[in-house]
Ligand binder design. Sequence first.
Ligand code: NDP
Ligand SMILES: O=C(O)C1=N[C@H](C(=O)O)C[C@H](O)C1
Length: 271
Amino acid sequence: MTDLPGIVITGASGRMGQMLIRTVLASDRARLVGCVERAGHAWVGRDVGEAMGGAAVGVVATDDPLEAFARAQAVLDFTAPAATVEFAALAAQARAVHVIGTTGLEAEHLHKIAWAAHHAVIVRAGNMSLGVNLLVQMTKKVAQALDADWDVEVVEAHHRRKVDAPSGTALMLGQAAADGRGVDLAAVRDAGRDGITGVRRLGDIGFSSIRGGDIVGEHDVIFAADGERVVLRHIATDRSVFARGALRAALWGQGQKPGEYDMLDVLGLSE
Ligand SMILES: NC(=O)C1=CN([C@@H]2O[C@H](COP(=O)(O)OP(=O)(O)OC[C@H]3O[C@@H](n4cnc5c(N)ncnc54)[C@H](OP(=O)(O)O)[C@@H]3O)[C@@H](O)[C@H]2O)C=CC1
Ligand SMILES: O=C(O)C1=N[C@H](C(=O)O)C[C@H](O)C1
């Protein structure tokens, strides 16, 4: 039992944090050894099972990430960009595999994460589900097969509490379409149409975001031509698909060389 990889969960009280706690506790391949919340959070000092309204599980939430990471083989991190950058440095210091699900990361954050990956294994993906990562590969293949007369639009829908747009998944899908076409996404990205936009630019990849209610996560990649359309779709109905992927990544990362990996590596879908 104690030989199983020890897992720490950051942002433990969050939507994903709580799903990750349940997933790790239910697993016979890993054990929960720590949960992190920020200083002053109501969960700090409390057993996380009780904090979730159930029975005690023997893990007390802490506001000391380094102490927790030092006891772990992997950190599952679905928090916010500034926190994730801080955790990347600490996980590298503790030589723990850092699984990053956080989205909304900008160039400055990615740069710091890349530095941490010189010293530790980092697995980062805007979406950890098997289905979305298959969709990424399908999107690349369809984009390879179709020319720029097929307009590419990525449409995503999420719950009302999501703070970043386009979603990390939408950006992965847009990147896959750009890779398939052999173009630079930054040069063709079109997000946020409003007002007199002018006609659509040939070759652009468009992004649209819907926010409402409790939508877990829905993504369409639309290839639209004159007279026909191809639509690739993924619908997540339960956050457990992300949590299972994250735990799989943590286990896969054990024994890998330091570096930055993604879910395509974990799932063996890289080309
Ligand atoms: N890659 C994937 O498969 C998926 C990625 N996500 C991404 O995961 C992230 C979290 O999503 P979700 O769970 O819905 O969000 P929540 O807001 O429900 O949870 C985020 C948690 O992180 C905590 N947090 C933020 N900053 C810190 C910090 N400095 N130290 C410790 N804890 C901190 C928050 O605490 P507090 O409340 O105190 O701010 C909160 O508990 C988002 O970026 C989302 O897009 C979500 C689902 C799947
Ligand atoms: O914030 C969320 O909820 C989700 N975020 C990820 C994203 O930005 O794509 C993954 C999933 O869609 C849920």
